[in-house]
Design a protein around this ligand. Structure first.
Ligand SMILES: *Cc1c(COP(=O)(O)O)cnc(C)c1O
Length: 388
């Protein structure tokens, strides 16, 4: 796998991420948004994404939405939850909380199960919450909660939701394309992801993949002109065009990324490379004494949270700069109780790169005079909560 262009650092971040030279080069041309060539590209984009969910009966459709991933989440919530609906939000990190915040902005009724920084919402508690509140119409779950890197148990959440006769909406932003999401296995009305995560495109649009019957029923729900998924869907089906100026270059780059995803073996192939990236990273970092927030069964192949070492010589800002000087951009942590940092496993990187990341981390520790990367006692206590 070729290194990024001329001294660019690797982005060990969950999007924007390191893209291939071919993806970047695809943007060196201009397209007319109304032109037949671009309309054909939009068709390829929608079909290529639909091919990833195992929809053998043709029950789903794909609707791209301009903007970053959050725009698509807001579009999904505003379009699929009727104004009289009520949503149960399952939060264990920033993105679950953001879904709740979005509902607040939209004036949709909701209740929240907040599990804190990382504990997973479980099927049994979803079942109990739904039994206790018959007004809840929808459940929103986060597939991979990128703030900790946990892979949430969306299958048991979906089973509990539909067993109670309610509907699921899924934020699969950082998982889609690398973690299996087969509609014959995991039931949902709609899910969202974006161009700059596991498909390895550049930022500029998100997409909703939804049941066609849910799309039909979404007519008139949206609070927003530009984020109305039904209107975008209907217009696209009728004219082949996006309703407002599409990010033409981003779409062109995305098609190259999507083809590379197919050549790599689709969701399975992409997931296997990321899993290997994670395994090499975690093993190497553990050898240096670092401890992961999550036990192995909850680790996603997307991003890993490590506790900061207890050694007073360790300063995250210095560590960040030393890693950057060595060619790797890492990510600060998002835990409220203990200091942490995150390392992404997605993007144009393989195990060779991950080995270099570990070497760089070891050198950075040495330069800070830290010879033991183990975390403070409180981190280990925190971590043990998940074992129960
Ligand atoms: C990246 C991400 C989003 C969207 O974030 P943007 O910054 O708007 O692109 C939403 N949910 C999850 C789980 C994500 O990882």
């Amino acid at each position: 796998m070729p290194a990024p262009h001329l001294g660019e650092p690797y982005l060990l971040t969950p999007g924007p991420l390191t893209t291939s030279y071919a993806v970047k080069s695809a943007m060196l041309r201009d397209w007319g948004s109304w032109d037949g060539d671009f309309r054909a590209m939009t068709v390829t984009l929608r079909q290529g994404l639909l091919a990833l969910i195992g929809d053998t009966k043709g029950e789903f459709d794909c609707v791209p939405i301009q903007g970053s991933g959050t725009f698509a989440v807001e579009a999904m919530i505003g379009s699929f939850v009727p104004k009289t609906g009520k949503v149960l939000v399952l939060a264990n990190g920033a993105y679950g909380k953001r879904a709740a915040e979005t509902l607040g902005y939209l004036g949709r009724d909701f209740s929240l199960i907040d599990k804190g920084d990382y504990l997973p919402p479980r099927g049994a508690e979803v079942a109990a919450a739904l039994a206790a509140d018959p007004e809840i119409t929808h459940v929103i779950a986060i597939h991979c909660e990128t703030s900790s890197g946990i892979l949430n148990p969306v299958k048991e959440i979906s089973d509990a939701t539909y067993a109670a006769g309610r509907k699921m909406l899924l934020d699969s932003m950082s998982a889609f394309g690398a973690v299996d999401l087969d509609v014959t296995d995991i039931r949902f009305e709609a899910m969202v992801s974006s161009a700059n995560k596991c498909i390895e495109g550049v930022p500029g649009f998100g997409f909703v993949i939804a049941r066609k019957d849910a799309l039909e029923q979404a007519r008139g729900n949206s609070h927003s002109l530009s984020l109305d998924v039904h209107a975008q869907w209907a217009h696209m089906n009728k004219t082949g065009q996006w309703r407002f100026t599409p990010p033409t270059h981003v779409v062109a780059a995305f098609l190259v990324a999507l083809e590379a995803h197919r050549v790599e073996g689709g969701v399975k192939g992409r997931g296997a490379r990321y899993t290997n990236n994670r395994d090499v990273l975690v093993e190497g970092m553990r050898d240096l004494g670092f401890v992961t927030l999550l036990q192995d069964r909850w680790l996603s192949p997307i991003i890993v949270t490590f506790f900061c070492p207890a050694d007073p010589g360790f300063k995250f800002d210095r560590f960040y700069q030393l890693m950057k000087d060595k060619g790797f951009i890492i990510y600060p942590g998002k835990l409220t109780v203990v200091d942490s940092f995150r390392v992404g496993c997605i993007g144009q990187m393989d195990e060779h790169v991950m080995r270099k990341v570990v070497v760089a981390a070891g050198q950075a520790l040495a330069e800070m005079g830290v010879d033991d990367a183990s975390p403070p006692e409180i981190a280990l206590i925190e971590r043990a909560r998940l074992a129960a």
